[in-house]
Each structure stands twice: as C-alpha cells, then as structure tokens.
Design a protein around this ligand. Structure first.
Ligand SMILES: Nc1ncnc2c1ncn2[C@@H]1O[C@H](COP(=O)(O)OP(=O)(O)OP(=O)(O)O)[C@@H](O)[C@H]1O
Length: 846
C-alpha cells in the first residue's frame, strides 16, 4: 500500500480544513466586533430614551444644546446632576457677578455652569467640550471665586502665554512657571504659593515642571497644607493617554498630584477624548470615579465636505474657492509638511491670495508675526502644518481647508474646529488624495494606534452615504440622529447622488496582481499597484495581468476600499533613511477565491470621469503588460543622497540579476513565461507542460558533531516540529566536501524513522548548526508550511511530494517545489521561502 500517497491525501485535506477554519475564525472575530459595536449602540440608545423620558417630566434644569449633554455618572442621580445647573449654591451670586464683571460675559454656554458648580463643590471632573466652546472659563471662574490659587497644567508655553495675556487684560492675576522662567521669577511665584494673601489666582505650569521640580512640589505641598491650593486643572487632559492623539510622556507622571493632594478637586479638560482615552486618563491621574461631562461634539454651524484630490488641480480648486466662496474672508489651509506649507502658500500668492506659511521650523518671531497679522486680518489665509494648533482663538474663521487629510478623526475634529468660533456658518473641507494616505501612514507607523486611527480617517473621507457627523459621533461615543445634521454635510446634502457598484471582479484583479508580485518576490507600493492595474509602467513584459478600464480615481477608490475592509493590508520596511510602504494581501483576501463571495461599494453618480463616475464598472476586459518594481515612499521630500544611493544599488543588483545567464534572471524570465503559458493553456483547456525549473542548489546533510565522552553525539536534538511525516527517503544532491566530518548520511533509518542525529544545513554550510538555529528553522518550517498551505488553498494545488521530517523538511520543501511543474504561485513562493531560510541560517550562525 502506498502509505505516502495516503498520508499526502490526509495532509491535503487537513490543510484545506485548517484554511477553512482560519476563515471561519476571521468571520467570528468580525461578528464579535460587530456585536460589541451594536451592544454599545444599544446601550447608548437606551440611555437616550431614558433621558428623553426624564426631560419629559417637569424639571428646573437649564436646557442644554447638546444631544448628549452628560455621560451617565455612576455616583450621581440625574436629578442630583440637574441641581448643578441651578443657582442656589452659596457661591452662585459671586459666580454670576464675576461672569459679568471680570469676564464680561452675559450668560453661560451649555454645561459651563454645571461644570463650575460641580468643581466648586469639590468634585473631580472631566469636561469634554468641543474646541472653542469655553472650557477655560470652567476653571478660571472658580479660581476667581475661591480662596487661594488654582494650579493649571498646560502642554504648551504658547498656550500659557495666551491665557495669561487674556487674564491680565481682564485684571485677573495669573503667573506661569516653565523651563524658561528666570530664577527670580520662579522664587517669587513659589513664595506666593504659601502666602495667605495669594498674590495670584492661577499658576500655569507645564507637566515637565511638575515631573522635574522637587522645589515646586514641596511648595505646592506647603500651599496644600495651608489650604491655599484650591483646584488643579489639567488642560488637554487626553495628552495623559497613550491612546490620545497628542500623547505627552510627562503627562503620565501627573498622578502624583492627586496622590499628594487628595482633597483638592481636579478638573481635566479636553475637546476630543473618547471614553477609552478618558478611562486611561482616570487611571493615570489617580482620580477615582470622576464625573464626566460631555458636551455634544456637534458644531451646528460647521459644514463638512470631502472633495477628491486630483493633485494637479487641487491648488487651483482651493484658490478658486478662496477667491469666490470665501472672498475677503479669513481661513486656514492645513497641509502635510513644511515644504507643502511653503509651496501651497506661494501658489496661492500667485493667485492673488494673501496667504502665508506657518510651520514648526519657522523662527518664533516669524510665527508670532504671522499669527498676529492673521488675527488682525492683515493676512487672509495661513497655510499651516499642525504646528498651527492649540491656542488659536480667532472667532471669524470662515473656512478650514485640509489640503491633506489629518492623521486621525480627533485631529481633524480639533483642526477643523478652529472654524466658526463665533457661531456663524463656516466650512470645513478636506481634499482626499490617494497618495496622501501613504505619506501619512509612513509618518504614523511608529505610533501606538496610528495606523488604525489613520484608517478611520480614511474611512471618514471615503464614505459617501452616511452623514459625516454620524461618523464623528461614533468616534466620540455619541448617539447621532442624521436629521440633526440639518444638511450641513455633503453626504446629507447630496444624499441620493450615489449608487452601489459590485467591485468583486475588480477586487479579484487587484488580489491577482499582488499574488503575482508576491510570487515573484516583488513588493508593490500603492502607487505601483495602481499603475500595474492600469496597465502602466514599462511595456517590456508580456501580458500577465488583467488591467482595468476604471479611471485612475476609481481604481484608487477600489484599492482604498479593499484596504479599509481588510482585503489588502499595509506593509512597511525601514532603512535608516526612509520608510518603504507596500501593499500586501490582507486577511480577507482568500475570501475572494470563493465564487459566492461578493463585494460592493458606494460611488457617486454625478461627477463624470471622476471617482464618482460609475459607468466603467460594467467592463474590465483590457489586458496589458506589467513589471513589478519597489518604489521608495519618501515622505514627499526629494530623495536624499543616501536614498538615491540605496536606489542605485538596488537597481544595480536588479540589473545584475537580469543579465543573460544569471540564475535569478533565468528564473524570473521563466516565471514570466510560465505565467503567460499558464494563461494561454488555461484558455485552450489543455494540460500544462511539465517543465522543471533547474536551480543550482545543493543540500549538505551534516552529521552534527558534538563530542561527548569521545562519542559522536548530536549537539542538539531535532525538535519534532514537522507535521508531515514521510516514509520515503529523500533524494539529496550534494557536492563533495573536503571536510571529513561532513558526510552525506541517510536521513532516515531503513524503516523510515528519522535519524535523531541527522541535522541538515543550508547549501553553503557544511558545518553543523546550533540548537538555536535548529529551533529557528523549526519555527520557520512551521511558518512556511502555513504559508504553503495558504498558497495551496489559493491556487488549489498541492505539492504532493514526500517530505523529510524535522528540520530537513523545512529546507527540502522549498526545493521540492522548485522542481515542480511550473505552477507559478508555488514555485515562486518556494523560492522566496528558500531565500529566507538561507538568510535566517546565516543570521543564527553569526
Ligand atoms: N459663556 C460664554 N459666552 C460667550 N463667549 C464665551 C463664553 N465662554 C467662553 N467664551 C469665549 O469662547 C472663546 C473660546 O473659549 P476657550 O478658549 O475657553 O475655548 P476652549 O473650549 O478652551 O477651546 P480650545 O479647545 O480651542 O482650547 C473665547 O473667546 C471665550 O471668551
């Protein structure tokens, strides 16, 4: 009986069952995610119903403009909470008085009074309120109404300076301490902290100051013991959390404040924290069960719009918007980099727009000059990087245009929120460009959840059928009713201008290109992938892929969709000089192998020829040639000399590989031929020719010498990591070696059992390999088996060859596959596996 054939069948079935199981697990994970989302949505809706019932009862609460004015507080009933909207506290009179006399304001905005009353009654509080809605008043007013002083932790010195200037202008005494404070000044401030007459009401400090100055901590302690430390305010509190978009390591150390001064109420303020960020902040700041007041994220006066960015036309488009819709009005254009700030502002200037750049590398004087001139309307437009951020408080900003998408929805919300602070209508427009995604991606790759957040932002931009506010609401854990948008976003305004198109075939084409590239051991950048799909690039090669008839923008849209839905994924590689960004097949790609699996997306129907034109989705017949080349994503800067060198080296080696007679060249050419042949033969329905690709590879099986009591013993055991068992001896090609210790020995005993002391090495290595190396190889073998199983599943092919047990199998397997009939996927992948085995072996032998 052919036991080997039987085992192979079993193994084949096992492979396919395992692959199917993987897919089922994938679906389960997705369903579980969906379940979590729906459960949280259900809870939020229940809470909203409950609130609606409560407000239907007569109550004395002040009305709140927010959709969800406050999160459920675990320690306070709704009625009790509503009491804090009232004016029957011992301090209420003074609060009213100071609002008018000191701050020159006539009434509170939603949630301000509640926050002030809660803080004055000694509660710890997190206040989440949209940017520009007046968070500062919620600690400044209590500071003025309390004995002693309030400590305010602020992330930026410029923010402190702005606040102090403002407070001085209204005669509220405030001081600051930061790294550049003089000794004299620091001494006066510290002395004031223990002075019962309290010469100031607010002390602004940076988190670094708290973390580093023992003297400050000891002064604060003295002030605390003298009951002079009345309140601690932590501005931009989301900076405490690694999940917050502005994480600052020194914020992590602020827990010391609550630990040292437990009786002092703490107020954390932010515009953009999600509930998970706040949970994290709670832990870091050591506050237990703070009350969280969340004002609706919704800014009713802001109109949100996303435009597809056509890189050539985008500047003209921005300029004509500014010159027409926003004629003589003030605004901000956000860009990606310093270079962009300079080039975009100069382009706008050429089109008669008074625009100036602003970025982190500018001289501080130039920065404040631009800021000042813009504030006083002497400059109309600031073309800025994110450096133009916190502390921007110009009321009449009529537009915020993002020439490049933000790196997260929180960032976008914060940046766009600088529009319309005077509550008058203002526009927030994003230009959404395909290549920008990957420019930003390489920038956020090192951030904890940078990639995830960027994809959420991309999802926001690509969406065309859901209210933009509803997408933000999900992000800020808020329940949203689309009608609340009041057609103040492009998707609500153009609700019917889209259609659903089936992109399954398109998706399969993209996957096929990436499979092909992978099998050729080539990597594709997103731009190269699009070009490949569109049949661009050198036309030297024969027809290998099915190209698309979609327009470039449509093709990009499909690729983005596939990326967002997990059919594609990103892959990075780093050099000291740059980050390479490639597209890979995602977890869901195998699903497209199933004929029953379909995929659709929404597309605009109005803009002909743009991403919105859906006519091309009916046909995709064109075919052309393509070559795969890795291309550097250089973060938009011109290549550095070293990058150039790297590229040249890479090109050189590529050229070398393509020399006639070169082994790699031969292989590559063959694979190209092979693939083409496959297609041709498939078309004719004939059986493929049984070519064998010859590769000059040898295997040396090494009797690994470990001298133990004069006996030859294996220096390391071979782990039983092989799943495949073979009963047939493996044929081994071996070059004779001078080393007498290296000898070809059978890898199995006559009855087929593996020899325990048989350790194979890579072709070039005659010496025995270490235990670590053996372990590494075992791991690799498992990894590669998995990959091969996946490939088998994808290509419906099976190696069907007997394998050696243990480590040898790991090396043999790729080799065997090289001797297979030329079925591109397996043979080429095997080659890449082999390369990896060799390089890993070299590594472990260093
Ligand atoms: N009750 C009020 N009535 C009218 N204007 C107010 C009121 N409260 C605050 N403001 C004004 O709103 C503007 C923004 O206030 P503030 O700087 O406190 O906002 P913020 O929420 O801290 O914004 P950011 O998140 O950008 O720091 C200020 O000009 C302030 O004077």
């Amino acid at each position: 009986m052919d036991r080997s054939g039987g085992n192979d069948d079993v193994q084949a079935e096992l492979d396919s069952v395992e692959t199917e199981l993987e897919l089922v697990e994938l679906q389960i994970t997705e369903l579980l995610q969906k379940q979590t989302e729906l459960t949280s949505r259900k809870n939020a809706l229940l809470q909203r119903l409950e609130e609606a019932c409560d407000t239907a009862q007569p109550s004395s609460s002040s009305s709140s403009a927010s959709l969800k004015s406050s999160r459920a507080d675990p320690v306070m009933s709704k009625q009790e909470m509503q009491r804090y909207d009232g004016a029957d506290f011992s301090w209420s009179k003074e609060v009213e008085q100071q609002l008018k006399d000191s701050f020159h304001l006539s009434k509170f905005r939603p949630l301000q009074l509640r926050a002030i009353n809660l803080s004055l009654s000694g509660k710890d509080l997190f206040l989440v309120m949209p940017t520009g809605r007046g968070k500062s008043l919620c600690y400044q007013l209590p500071a003025v109404c309390s004995k002693g002083f309030t400590l305010v932790v602020t992330p930026l010195v410029s923010l402190m300076e702005d606040q102090i200037m403002y407070l001085k202008s209204i005669d509220v005494s405030a001081v600051m301490l930061n790294a550049s404070s003089s000794k004299e000044h620091a001494k006066t401030v510290m002395a004031g902290m223990t002075d019962p007459k309290t010469p100031f009401k607010l002390v602004y400090v940076t988190p670094e100051k708290i973390a580093k100055s023992k003297l400050l901590m000891s002064r604060l302690e003295k002030g605390y013991n003298a009951n002079l430390l009345s309140r601690i305010a932590v501005d931009e509190v989301h900076c405490c959390s690694q999940w917050g978009h502005d994480f600052r390591p020194d914020y992590k150390l602020l827990g010391i404040l609550k630990r040292q001064f437990p009786k002092v109420p703490l107020l954390g303020l932010t515009a953009t924290a999600t509930s998970s960020v706040l949970k994290d902040c709670e832990k870091i700041l050591c506050v237990s069960q703070p009350i969280t007041l969340t004002s609706s994220f919704n800014r009713t006066n802001l109109y949100y719009e996303v435009r597809i960015k056509d890189s050539d036309a985008s500047i003209s488009d921005v300029a004509s918007l500014i010159n027409s819709r926003y004629k003589d009005q003030s605004g901000i254009v956000y860009v990606f980099s310093q270079k962009d700030a300079e080039s975009v502002s100069s382009e706008l200037q050429k089109r008669d727009i008074l625009a100036y750049p602003y970025h982190a590398n500018m001289d501080p004087d130039d920065k404040s000059r631009v800021h000042r001139k813009w504030t006083s309307n002497k400059i109309r437009v600031v073309v800025a990087t994110v450096a133009f951020g916190m502390g921007i408080d110009k009321p009449d900003v009529r537009f915020v245009i993002h020439h490049t998408i933000s790196k997260s929805i929180e960032n976008y919300y914060q940046e766009s929120g600088r529009a319309g602070r005077d509550d008058q209508p203002a526009d927030c427009i994003i230009y959404f460009g395909f290549s920008d995604i990957f420019r930003i991606s390489t920038m956020v790759v090192m951030e904890n959840v940078g990639q995830q957040k960027l994809l959420q932002m991309v999802d926001y931009c690509q969406n065309i059928d859901r209210c933009r506010r509803s997408l933000m609401a999900v992000h800020f854990d808020e329940v949203w009713d689309d009608e609340g948008c009041n057609q103040m976003c492009d998707t609500c305004r153009h609700a019917k201008d889209y259609t659903t198109v089936d992109i399954t075939q398109h998706a399969r084409q993209v996957v096929q290109i990436l499979e092909l590239a992978g099998s050729m051991d080539e990597k594709l950048t997103p731009l190269k992938l699009v070009e490949a799909w569109m049949g661009k690039g050198p036309a030297k090669r024969r027809k290998m892929i099915q190209t698309t008839t979609l327009s470039r923008l449509q093709a990009e849209a499909v690729i983005v969709r596939l990326l967002l839905q997990g059919y594609l994924r990103e892959d990075f590689s780093f050099t000291p000089y740059t980050t390479y960004f490639y597209m890979k097949l995602g977890r869901k790609a195998p699903l497209l192998k199933s004929q029953t699996h379909t995929l659709s997306m929404k597309m605009r129907t109005t803009e002909s020829g743009s991403a919105g034109d859906t006519s091309a989705f009916e046909t995709n017949e064109k075919e052309d040639d393509i070559i795969f080349e890795p291309v550097v994503m250089d973060n938009s800067c011109p290549p550095q000399p070293k990058q150039k060198l790297f590229k040249e080296q890479r090109n050189l080696s590529r050229k070398r590989d393509l020399k006639p007679g070169s082994q790699t060249n031969k292989w590559t050419e063959e694979q190209l031929t092979d693939r083409h042949g496959e297609e041709e033969e498939d078309k004719r329905g004939s059986i493929m020719k049984q070519h064998v690709v010859e590769v000059d590879v040898e295997i040396n099986i090494v009797d690994n010498i470990g001298v133990n009591n004069g006996q030859k013993t294996p220096s390391h055991p071979v782990k039983p990591c092989s799943k495949r068992k073979s009963t047939t001896p493996q044929r081994v090609r071996r070059k004779p070696r001078a080393n007498s210790e290296v000898a070809a020995i059978p890898s199995q005993t006559s009855d087929g059992a593996p020899l325990a002391n048989t350790v194979p090495s890579s072709p070039s290595q005659a010496s025995g390999i270490s235990e670590t190396a053996a372990e590494e190889l075992c791991e690799l073998r498992n990894y590669y088996s998995k990959q091969l199983r996946r490939i088998n599943y994808i290509s419906h092919e099976y190696l069907g060859q007997p394998a050696e047990p243990g480590v040898l199998a790991c090396i043999r397997e790729p080799l065997k596959s090289l001797r297979l009939p030329r079925r591109v996927t397996i043979a080429q992948t095997a080659r890449s596996l082999w390369t990896r085995v060799s390089s890993r072996q070299k590594l472990v032998h260093r």
